[in-house]
Unconditional design. Sequence first.
Length: 248
Amino acid sequence: MASGLPKKLKKEPLIDAIFEVRFSCRVPASMIVPGILFNALTGEKKLESLPISQLPKNVRDADPNLKFAPISRIDWGKYFVNVGDYSLSISCKYPYVGWSSFKPAIITVINALHSSNIVGMVERCAIKYVDMIPLSDNKQKVSMINLKLGIAGHELKQEPYQLRIEIPRDGYVHAVQVVSSAKAKLHTGKEMEGLIVDIDTFSLQNISMQSLLEGFSEKLEALHASNKTMFFDCITPDALKSLEPIYE
């Protein structure tokens, strides 16, 4: 964006924010890391097992959709911390607390993971933001996205659509999903409907945990900035205006 990125949006569309790492480990992280995290995280917290924990580990390992799924979750203040056999993620509860609060929470959780001393190599590092713009008019749902799409001689104008594409940029891969008519139910029970813009920005790596933590704060800033830029590049000026951007 030529005019620079907004500092924040008065009408915040963000409904989910997640940071995740996937890794190899000498023992399943789900056996050790939840206890370490529970002791390391300050403030009120609650540990619970998730339904997938009832499946045998060999079944989870055999299914690519389950291998990195969370098995236990810590409800920690404004966040959920999820632990799988080979993954750890932290997500913000709605409403979003802002990057200045989310980033230190990520660092705390990753440092706790490192202290477990079980991680072999970090294979994937990602940040994902899911935004929902509350719209009901189909023409608006097309006009709000910086998209030109046609098929069989027909140009998309007002039809419902769903799109997923992986875009390489800035040394990352951005898995962008746009769903024109989506419904979401938040952890608060609130239900929302509108246009979804889901951007999962990740890098595929094969580095040690120690290497990941070298300059980790700067790496997080770069990952976050790239995801944020992609979001604003995905929406049109009219869409941005409707969200009431603040630049100071």
